[in-house]
Design a binder for this molecule. Sequence first.
Ligand code: TRP
Length: 452
Amino acid sequence: MNQPRERWSSKTGFILAAAGSAVGLGNIWKFPHMAGQHGGAAFTLVYLVCIVVVGMPILLAEFSMGRSTQRNPVGAFAKLAGNNNWKWVGLLGVASAFVILSFYSVIGGWAIKYSWMALSGQFAANAATPDGPQLAYDAFISKPVEPILWHLAFMGMCVLVIVRGIKSGIEKTSKTLMPVLLVILLILVVRGLTLEGAGEGLRFLFEPKWGDLDVQGVALALGHSFFTISLGMGTMITYGSYLDNKSDLLRAGIWVVVLDTGIALLAGIAIFTAVFALGQDPAGGPGLIFVVLPSLFPLMPGGTFFAFLFFSLLLVAALTSAISILEVVITYFIDEKGWGRVRATYTFGGIIAVVGIFISLSFGNFNIIAPLTDLSFFDFMDGLSSKYMLPVGGLFTALFVLVKWGVPNFIEHMNVGSSGFPVPAKAVMAAFIVSALVVVYIIFESVIDLFG
Ligand code: TRP
């Protein structure tokens, strides 16, 4: 227990790891399909405002809490509060990590399967009949065994990264994969932009149609601004806890937000240029990338290659996020319970993998929560985390800074290691208040939604 805490080896390493956490299925899968269904550019604008106003203050709060305490989320709240009342917020975060990773890994497994399908030319075969891609998707996700094997493969990859620790596990993986991700994405953007009729897709993404933005869309955009920068469950507290006092947190925060938003928009460009150029419906919903895209790739020159690139992109993005989710759980057991990293990783990687098996089965004939609700286990876990657990975690993080830690203490700590960006305390306080109010609104919307 008394070994010195591991550290990131460089500032860039930390920024890429944090950006790797932020950039995930949320950017490449969720953002495009939500924008597609809720007004395109109008949705995007609301989302951008939320990231800056709601996301940024909480991101910086999490970084600062982690760095100043050098602890996991539970330990960080307890240490800063000086009592045990606030540690529940940290525990909620650890619980959220369990919930999120169990379904995230199932989708990560799909990304492996789809990369393979792309490479082996199966998209072209499926696209030979009009509803071929849809049938292939439905058939695959509802299979009892195959998707579970891919899910286990994905969890296995996460475990292999996390057992190696911070420097040679998380940091090395993120430093290698994030540049790969950017290169792949840029190739796909160029491919999309050079398709005939691509302009339509750009207009959809960047010209707001306010009429198409409903209240539900606004609430989704708010909630998504949390999910996409990995807030509300202590991921960024955890990553911040491996920093020393030399790095500039504000600068790191800006980098993470810019990379995350930039990559979501680029993914939107790559996808919507193709969707519009090839005459498809942008409001394809969650099946957008697993059904619509596989039907489009065979229609474009070099389709097999680009399809493979796209699903590898998805896999890389999912992996660098999934490891950050697992690390929250592992750091907690290492710091608070005195476990060794290897034991913690295998134990909790294993438990989450088992829950994931039931999530995967819920796409087929076996829904373990059927006696309780008509939601599938997947929808339940997804909704539970992104509509309730993360917003509540984010709300209490903002409240913690406002009423317990104190904005001046937070600013003082945040400025350690920075070149002294002048942040007026009043503005910061206002940002946290707005952030907290917005989150209250998100939770309120979710609850209203729940009761019809
Ligand atoms: N941000 C990731 C995405 O956009 C998902 C993610 C990673 C996450 N860590 C998280 C979401 C922590 C919430 C909390 O896909």
